[in-house]
Design a protein around this ligand. Structure first.
Ligand code: SAH
Ligand code: SF4
Ligand code: F3S
Length: 436
């Protein structure tokens, strides 16, 4: 028997890709692959890609180009492209980059073991189907190997919202929820392997309908799993925040007080053009309701500046919304034209205008994030310690609000939740002291 083969996976894009990469590694584990941290000693390189903005897609081609010499030295090296670029561009990838042996979409990666056989035999393999069979059933159980205290768990995939700028409905297909019993089984497997905190994933996770009471119903079932201490979920759409889910933020102790709820713009005219199907006002009212249920909730959001037709007044509406809502954390992007989406047909704004607006928005969001972090100093937070810090004797973890917190703590506390008093604030983390 030869030594195990090595697999190098590089992951781009959202958390769902992080989850998919784990599952792909496990699937190829059945073919004798173990993961390696470097492409140099790999027998297979897999890029799990993102197509959300132009830059994300271009990164894939530049990364592939870097493997040219490696492949020349090692003719047995197989190179694969997975994820959303694979789904969107399919065969085009092999035409543009002949180094690529294998292209697999996000809904068909359970077929990777068979595809691996094909490429080992010298063929090229492409599968970007949206198959009828459930990939999760084929993938079966999660590995029993001991793992870190946090994990992602995909419960819903795809999107039926068709925001005018977005490729996700095309790359991930229509909305599908995994049945609650399967999710619960996987959750238990993860908890048995040492997981204390689960982040439920979906492109529209709060549209989950695999439980008759929706996402809230699933959260309450997870709440009953002994050993599971924290539950999070991402990403949500404002129109799918139902009353039960809002209420759970106030009543479910394991559900953490952090919510990522993208709004994209504060201008009703632009929201309409984006096909978001909500207004700035309805979003603000919704935030009020959620904060009434959980006053200390830390809110996060996504914003796009420079959507086609956005005027200075529209942009000012976005700034006004941000000032009113007050975010603890946020992501903001320049609009990027995505081929095949409705907005791609419309005239684009000049780059200078977009750059200027992005800078102004980011300055405001940064100010709010800093204010939110500074307000934590002196407070007690609960930290789930995830790993060792850079300095000896230090551990790093996340507060319930998802702030990174580091503190002097014995290594035995890894994987445990402890009370910490926040004593200082730096740009990307908080410093804490353990209560003894
Ligand atoms: N399902 C989530 C987000 C998916 S994509 C939601 O509904 O909000 C993550 C973020 O990328 C989006 O919230 C949006 O802010 C940004 N994004 C998506 N398409 C984009 C595009 N064409 N240009 C710039 N940003 C985009
Ligand atoms: Fe994209 Fe809109 Fe669906 Fe989010 S809700 S994934 S932004 S189409
Ligand atoms: Fe990117 Fe696909 Fe996620 S486009 S953001 S990897 S769903």
């Amino acid at each position: 028997m030869s030594a195990s083969k090595k697999l190098f996976i590089k992951t781009y894009g959202c958390q769902m890709n992080v989850y998919d990469s784990e599952r792909m590694a496990e699937a190829l584990g059945g073919k004798g692959y173990v993961e390696t941290r470097s492409p140099d000693d790999a027998d297979m390189i897999l890029l799990n890609t993102c197509h959300i903005r132009e830059k994300a897609a271009e990164k894939v081609y530049s990364e592939l180009g870097r493997y040219k010499d490696l492949k020349a030295e090692k003719p047995d090296l197989k190179i694969g492209v997975a994820g959303c670029v694979a789904q969107a561009e399919g065969e085009e990838i092999m035409r543009r980059q002949p180094l690529v042996d294998l292209v697999v979409g996000p809904q068909s990666y359970h077929r990777l073991p068979a595809m691996e056989d094909a490429v080992r035999g010298g063929a090229k393999a492409l599968d970007t189907d949206f198959p009828e069979d459930d990939k999760f059933d084929t993938l079966k159980k999660r590995s029993k190997a001991k793992r870190g205290p946090t994990a992602f768990l995909t419960v819903q995939e795809g999107c039926d919202k068709f925001c005018a700028f977005c490729v996700v409905p095309y790359t991930r297909g229509s909305e599908v929820s995994r049945p609650a019993d399967r999710v619960l089984r996987e959750a238990r497997e993860l908890v048995e392997a040492g997981v204390k905190e689960l982040t439920l994933l979906g492109q529209n996770v709060n549209a989950y309908h695999g439980h008759e009471q929706g996402l809230a119903g699933l959260i309450w079932e997870l709440d009953r799993i002994d050993g599971l201490e924290r539950i999070r979920f991402t990403t949500s759409h404002p129109n799918d925040m139902d009353d039960a889910l809002i209420a759970a933020h106030g009543t479910c102790a394991k559900l953490m007080p952090y919510l990522h709820l993208p709004v994209q713009s504060g201008s009703d005219r632009i929201l309409k053009a984006m096909n978001r199907k909500h207004t700035a006002e309805s979003y603000i009212r919704l935030i009020e309701q959620i904060r009434a249920a959980r006053p200390d909730l830390l809110l996060s959001g996504d914003f796009i500046v420079g959507f086609p037709g956005e005027t200075e007044a529209d942009f000012e509406d976005t700034m006004a919304l941000v000032r009113e809502v007050h975010y603890g954390q946020a992501y903001s992007f320049k609009y990027s034209t995505r081929p095949g989406t409705p907005a791609a047909e419309k005239p684009q704004l000049p780059d200078e205008v977009m750059n200027d607006r992005l800078q102004r928005l980011q300055a405001l969001l940064r100010e709010q994030q800093q204010a939110s972090q500074a307000s934590m100093v002196g407070r007690e937070v609960k930290v789930l310690f995830e790993k060792q810090g850079r300095e000896a004797g230090q551990l790093i973890g996340k507060s319930e609000y998802l702030h990174a917190v580091y503190a002097d703590a014995p290594v035995e506390l890894l994987g445990q939740v402890r009370s910490v008093r926040v004593v200082a604030n730096s740009p990307n983390s908080l410093k804490g002291e353990l209560y003894v």
